[in-house]
Design a protein around this ligand. Sequence first.
Ligand code: HEM
Length: 185
Amino acid sequence: MSNLLNYPEILKKAKNELDTHIRQNFLVDELDIPKLPYLQSIVNETLRLHPAAPMLVPHLSSEYCTMGEYSVPQNTILLVNGWAIHQDPNLWSDPTHFKPERFEKESETSKLLSFGLGRRACPGANLAQRIVSLTLALLIQCFEWKRISMEEIDMTEGEGIIMPEESPLEAICQVCQSPTIKAIL
Ligand code: HEM
C-alpha cells in the first residue's frame, strides 16, 4: 500500500483492472486473481523491492561443494542475499524503481527469489501469493486510499530478519461509493 500511495497512477491502473474484470457490485474472489495480471505484477514488484525474507532462510552445506569460484566446506552456514540480488543492475533495469510493468515480460518472474528456489523453496508460496493478491485486491476494490499529506510515504527499511518499514504506514481510507460494497462492509 505504501508504494501504491507514492505512485497513485499505479493504484489507479490496478483499480481500473478490477473495475474491468470484476462484475459491478460483486466483491473480488480468489478465483478472479488469474484475471488480474497487473495486480499480480504489483505483488511481484513489492516482493522484489521489499522481500519479506531478505536473506531467505539459512542453509547448511551437508557436504563439501563449490559455488561459482568458491569452495564451501561441509557444515558451512550459507546465506543468500535475496534483497541485493533483487536490486542487481545486471539483472534488472532501473532496479530501485517501483515498476510493476516490468513483470509484463513473463521471463522476469523467474528471476525472483522471494520464496527461495529449488528443493528447500517455500512450500507456502502458492498459498501466500493467493492470499496477498486477494487481500490487496479487496483493499483496492473496497476503499479509496489517500496519503495523509502531500509528503511521500517514507520507504526507509527497518531492522529485523523480515523487512518492515521503519515508520508504520499512516493513510486515509474511505469506503468506496458502491452501495453493494457499502452494505457488505
Ligand atoms: C509472503 C509470504 C511468504 C514469503 C515471502 C515466504 C518466503 C520464504 C522463504 C524465502 C523461504 C526460504 C527458502 C530458501 O531458503 O530457499 C521460506 C521457507 C519456508 N516457508 Fe515460506 N514464505 C511465505 C509464506 C509461507 C506460508 C504461507 C507458509 C506455510 C503455509 C510457508 C512455509 C514455509 C516453510 C515450511 C519453509 C521451509 C521450507 C524448507 O526449509 O524446506 N511460507 N519461505
